[in-house]
Write a protein that binds this ligand. Structure first.
Ligand code: NAG
Ligand code: NAG
Ligand code: NAG
Ligand code: NAG
Ligand code: NAG
Ligand code: NAG
Ligand code: NAG
Length: 834
């Protein structure tokens, strides 16, 4: 037991003594493993720990391959250096390969001392290949690159929007990234690539934005038709992500159209604009759409259409009854169709296969290669009516072209116009005969004149010829020389034939005696004659009549007064003296002169007297059949007034100074009219021929009397019966008290419109007034219809209507001693219309 204790103490003492005295090399830092980041600097100090340091020799550092590390710093990154006692190993820039066991070795006397340290290098986490934006193509498996470098190798994790991504059928986490299978747009987003090293505690993250791109796909393009000379465009449209950019190339010459003047390429929309289409633009065009994901191409045909143009349409000339062709040559793309129409008859075109005139057909020849069409209008058996301007029309889908051409139909001379003229030419003193000949002919006819079978030599007296075609006048200056009277022949000739026309030259005479003169109207100062012209004359027409007149006592006609009327004027003689007896003689005149005078019966002018009865216009008259006699009754369109209109009567030698008007209410009793309630006599100035009777009662018969007055007295009264319109004046129809009462009783007060309609209905029933009544009345009587709201100006209108509707339209010429009036109208009164 004691022995055992003593042994342990011994051992302890020995151990302590050995520990104290054991020579060794100490390496600092004193950890067995030194870890340092690659690229960093490291110094390892080796210090001999011995009692007799002078015994230390051959102190050196050896690397893991037991190679001695140089103790001089001659350009190396790793070297050792002594500070006299210790040897320091320097790593200027630590490399991964520098990792390993480093041993410090020295001789201590005969003893060899060694000490080893393990140098461990590590590499921090770095993203070697992990772009922050990545673009997978749709449908193509894609590796989201996130290559991480680090030593120790870091662990990489993936997440998207804070959701950890695990490997599954969609994702495969690989050492160099995340493989996404069959990417779609749904895979767009931000992915986080997180790397960490457990041993070093290093940790880094990278956010990678992923945008799935789709290569462009160009939609199908239909061939485009554009029109030459116009602006056109076409569109290339492609899907793709990001939106593709476009370019266009003309296929024939591979021209990049973005560099061409007339073309505009919209890179972002794919539109191709052609500012002015040219014929040669007809080609295939290639559209290219390109984006990050790829490019696509497609070609489209641009068809250039050309509006038809007629490049030839020649005028043609052909003789009547022959055949002619007029050819219209047109060009266009597509090859146009051609038809004709006559400019004077555009409604009836001539088309291929449509034959509306068996003589005329249209033939069409089309030359697809050149785009030309020849339309030939063939007219067989030409007629003169075919002459004229023809329009050729060429049509295709691009447009229409027009051109006019003339067909001239030649024909031999005719005398259609000349035949309309008088076949007689007249000559008289100082008036040579002027024979006119105007033959129609194409080409123009030449004219010669013949007399007695001989051709007249122009310029041979007494002849002169003005014009030799197509118009010719033969002047025969041979008055009073019957040798040159008689028939002349106009002979017209052109290349197709000749024709003659006869004209007779005669000597013109003055008119014969006036046949008869009657007195039509006689007043104290005027006479209206009825002159019957000479019954037969073979000479120029009558131009005028002249009357000479003188008081009966006067001898000879030398001092007679005269008056000339043109033929068919009203033959009125004025300013004669009452109670004087006159002699008259008449003569007719023509271009040659006055005919002989014819005496007319003597006339004694009547005494001055009161004026003749005025004539009243009867507007809107009706016939009242209620008695056995028919009464003419005028109808006033108004309930309360009537405009009386009349004609100025003859004043019978003394001027009218006033008109006198009187009216009475009349009622028919047993078929006889009875007066009652007559007015005072109303005076109306002689300057007026109208008078407005006011304040009449509605639906009442009135008798109106009108007399003209002069200093001698009053005329007999002209009379008219007038019936006023029913009801109140429709100008104020709704104020009628009874109407209002009815309305209040009848209808709910609020519905104003309903009330008005009802009021009108009631008006119609009770008073035959209001709109309904107006409409009804309008339909019932054509003569009773004027709009009651019209003012005085319009009141005159019914008169006109009445005369027109009356059927009889007579022309009356009246005379008041000063002026002649010519009026149209129906007149009643003592004097019937003249
Ligand atoms: C380094 O030394 C350790 C013991 O300290 C040993 O296990 C290892 O094998 C040595 N490495 C080399 C490369 O010699
Ligand atoms: C054809 O006739 C028309 C009228 O008759 C004329 O205006 C036109 O100039 C003519 N054309 C030719 C080519 O002679
Ligand atoms: C031929 O022309 C004449 C007039 O010039 C006309 O009256 C006739 O109807 C025409 N005939 C035809 C077939 O057009
Ligand atoms: C003959 O008549 C025509 C018209 O009808 C006229 O133009 C011409 O001047 C006349 N000639 C003479 C000499 O009067
Ligand atoms: C034919 O006559 C017409 C009318 O006088 C004239 O205008 C035309 O110029 C003439 N034509 C020829 C060819 O002389
Ligand atoms: C008509 O009278 C005027 C003068 O008053 C006279 O110059 C003229 O010659 C007369 N005419 C006739 C046809 O008597
Ligand atoms: C009066 O009789 C005539 C025919 O005699 C007839 O046209 C007219 O309409 C009748 N007038 C009235 C108001 O009955």
């Amino acid at each position: 037991m004691l022995c055992r204790v003593a042994f342990f103490v011994f051992v302890a003492i020995i151990t302590a003594a050995l520990a104290d005295r054991q020579p060794q090399l100490t390496i600092q830092p004193s950890t067995p493993v030194v870890s340092k980041e690659v690229g960093g600097k490291l110094a390892l100090t080796c210090a001999p720990d011995v009692e007799e340091s002078s015994l230390i020799s051959q102190l050196e550092w050896r690397d893991s391959k037991n190679r001695r590390i140089e103790s001089t710093n001659n350009g190396k990154k790793t070297f050792s250096q002594s500070n006299g006692r210790d040897l320091i190993l320097f790593f200027q820039e630590l490399q991964e390969r520098d990792a390993g066991n480093y041993t410090c070795v020295a001789n201590y006397g005969s003893e060899t001392l060694k000490s080893t340290v393990v140098v461990n290098t590590y590499v921090d986490i770095t993203f070697v290949n992990a772009p922050e934006s990545q673009y997978p193509k749709v449908g193509e498996d894609y590796l989201v690159r996130c290559k991480v470098h680090g030593n120790p190798t870091p662990i990489v994790e993936w997440s998207k929007k804070d959701n950890k991504i695990e490997s599954n059928e969609k994702y495969v986490i690989q050492s160099d990234g995340l493989l996404i299978k069959n990417p779609t747009e749904a895979d767009d987003g931000s992915y986080t690539c997180r790397a960490y090293a457990v041993s070093t505690g290093g940790f880094k993250e990278r956010v990678i934005k992923l945008e799935v791109i789709i290569p462009p796909v160009i939609k199908d393009m239909e061939p485009v038709s554009v029109i030459e000379g116009e602006q056109a465009w076409t569109k290339c449209e492609a899907t793709g992500k990001p939106p593709p950019t476009y370019s266009w190339i003309k296929q024939r010459n591979s021209q990049d159209l973005s560099k061409s003047d007339r073309f505009t390429v919209k890179q972002t929309t794919g539109n191709l604009l052609i500012s002015k289409v040219e014929f040669n633009d007809d080609d295939f065009y290639k559209c290219t759409a390109e984006n990050k994901a790829g490019r696509a191409e497609k070609t489209v045909k641009i068809n250039v259409l050309v509006k038809p143009k007629i490049f030839e349409l020649l005028n043609v000339t052909a003789p009547v009854h022959q055949e002619t062709k007029i050819i219209c040559k047109a060009r266009g793309r597509p090859t146009p169709k051609v038809y004709f129409r006559k400019v004077s008859d555009k409604e009836h075109p001539f088309r291929v296969g449509q034959q509306r005139d068996p003589r005329i057909i249209l033939e069409e020849q089309m030359f697809e290669k050149t785009g030309e069409t020849f339309g030939t209008l063939i007219i067989s058996n030409l007629n003169r009516s075919d002459d004229g301007l023809y329009e050729c029309i060429a049509e295709n889908s691009a447009g229409t072209g027009y051109k006019n051409g003339h067909i001239t139909v030649e024909f031999p001379p005719t005398f259609e116009r000349t035949k309309l003229l008088e076949p007689i030419a007249w000559t008289w003193l100082n008036h040579p005969g002027n024979l006119t000949c105007i033959p129609e002919a194409i080409p123009n006819a030449t004219v010669v004149w013949k007399h007695n079978g001989y051709i007249i030599n122009p310029g041979n007296p007494p002849f002169k010829i003005q014009g030799f075609g197509p118009t010719s006048h033969l002047i025969v200056d041979a008055f009073n020389d019957p040798r040159f009277y008689g028939e002349y022949e106009c002979l017209a000739t052109n290349k197709l034939g000749k024709a003659t026309h006869s004209i007779t030259l005669k000597e013109a005479q003055v008119p014969a005696n006036v046949d008869k003169v009657q007195i039509q109207t006689l007043t104290a100062t005027t006479i209206k004659f009825n002159i019957v012209p000479p019954q037969y004359f073979d000479t120029l027409p009558i131009r005028s009549f002249t009357v000479q007149y003188k008081p009966e006592g006067e001898i000879g006609w030398s001092r007679a007064r005269n008056r000339t009327w043109s033929f068919r004027a009203p033959y009125i003689l004025e300013n004669l003296v009452p109670e004087v007896t006159y002699n008259f003689r008449f003569a007719a005149a023509n271009d040659v002169g006055f005919g002989p005078w014819t005496n007319a019966p003597t006339v004694t002018m009547p005494r001055r007297s009161e004026p003749a009865e005025p004539k009243i216009y009867v507007p809107n008259h009706i016939l009242d059949n209620s008695s056995n006699r028919q009464d003419v009754v005028a109808v006033s369109p108004y309930a309360d007034h009537f405009e009386l209109r009349w004609q100025v009567p003859n004043d019978n030698g003394d001027p009218i100074d006033v008109y006198l008007i009187r009216y009475c209410v009349i009622t028919k009793i047993n078929g006889e009219w009875r007066d009652s309630d007559c007015s005072e006599e109303i005076q109306q100035t002689f300057k007026s021929t109208t008078y407005d009777l006011n304040s009449l009662k509605p639906d009442t018969f009135y008798k109106i009397e009108l007399r003209a007055h002069n200093s001698i007295g009053s005329s007999s009264p002209a009379q008219i019966k007038v019936k006023t319109a029913r009801g109140i004046d429709p100008a104020v129809p709704y104020n009628e008290p009874s109407v209002t009462n009815f309305a209040i009783i009848g209808i709910v007060v609020g519905a104003v419109i309903l009330v008005l309609i009802l009021v009108d209905l009631i008006c119609f029933c009770v008073n035959r007034a209001g709109i309904l009544a107006f409409i009804c009345d309008r339909n019932r009587s054509k003569h009773h219809e004027e709009d009651p709201k019209l003012g005085r100006e319009e009141e005159r209108e019914p008169l006109k209507d009445a005369h027109m509707n009356g059927g009889e339209k007579t022309m009356s010429v009246e005379f008041d001693g000063k002026h002649v009036y010519s009026k149209s109208g129906e007149i009643i009164g003592k004097h019937s219309a003249v």
